[in-house]
Design a protein around this ligand. Structure first.
Ligand SMILES: [Zn+2]
Length: 237
């Protein structure tokens, strides 16, 4: 950008913030023009897990022990009812939170970029949405988070996991089969995984881990030696 257009952009942003003051998502105080979504103080006080600093396994890693082999599980923030993380997740999921989703993906990306555990990740796989929900909201929150990650880590997003359609997964099943089916709502595409050694599945929040487990299993079904990590904005405390 030239100096002239930089000054122009700066002035326009300054002018816009006079007309449309942008509040901090957490404390509602007016944001300085060079800050997005959070003021400095609220950004500093987000409930960071600091999992990237752990040498030993984290509570996120341990959640998957004995279920499916996962290389590393990273969640950026602790989620508790009523805390700022809940506000962030809610905004990404139900409101006009596309920009915030990308921003949170970039925040995760910056924290893990030079970390040994995540260095070998070479592709991102967003958890696909129920098509009905995506239609209402207009976007998939996992996809926008993956977009932010992709911006920082400079690796591609591949849609290698799909949701099986409702008809396929629910009709004419007995109770046991229906229960079993909850575990396999996803199907992976072997061709799209080709050439990638270590993929990361991306989701907004980690609670029981059943969705991520199911997605990881669908990948292992078609490519048993695929290394898989999981990246989420938040983990339930
Ligand atoms: Zn604030």
């Amino acid at each position: 950008m030239s100096k002239g257009s930089r000054i122009f952009t700066k002035n326009i942003n300054g002018l816009l913030s006079l007309i449309y003051p942008r509040p901090c998502l957490i404390c509602q105080s007016e944001l300085p023009e060079n800050q997005n979504h959070f003021c400095f103080l609220c950004l500093e006080n987000l409930h960071f897990t600091d999992f990237e600093k752990y040498k030993e396994s984290t509570s996120a890693d341990e959640l998957f022990w004995g279920r499916v082999k996962i290389q590393h599980v990273y969640s950026c923030l602790f989620f508790e009812k009523g805390n700022s993380t809940q506000q962030i997740l809610h905004t990404i999921k139900y409101k006009e939170g596309k920009d915030l989703g990308v921003y949170m993906g970039e925040l995760i990306g910056k924290r893990i970029k030079d970390n040994e555990n995540y260095k070998s990740i070479d592709a991102l796989i967003p958890i696909p949405l129920h098509s009905k929900k995506g239609f209402v909201r207009g976007y998939n929150q996992s996809m926008v988070i993956a977009q932010g990650l992709s911006n920082i880590l400079e690796i591609p997003i591949i849609n290698a996991v799909k949701r099986k359609n409702h008809h396929e997964s629910q009709t004419k099943k007995n109770r046991f089969e229906r229960w079993d089916n909850v575990k396999s709502v996803f199907a992976a595409d072997q061709d799209k995984l080709k050439g990638y050694k270590h993929v990361a599945i991306v989701d907004d929040v980690l609670t029981t881990g059943s969705t991520l487990e199911s997605a990881a299993r669908s990948i292992k079904n078609v490519k048993p030696d695929q290394d898989i990590s999981l990246l989420t904005v938040a983990i339930a405390k």
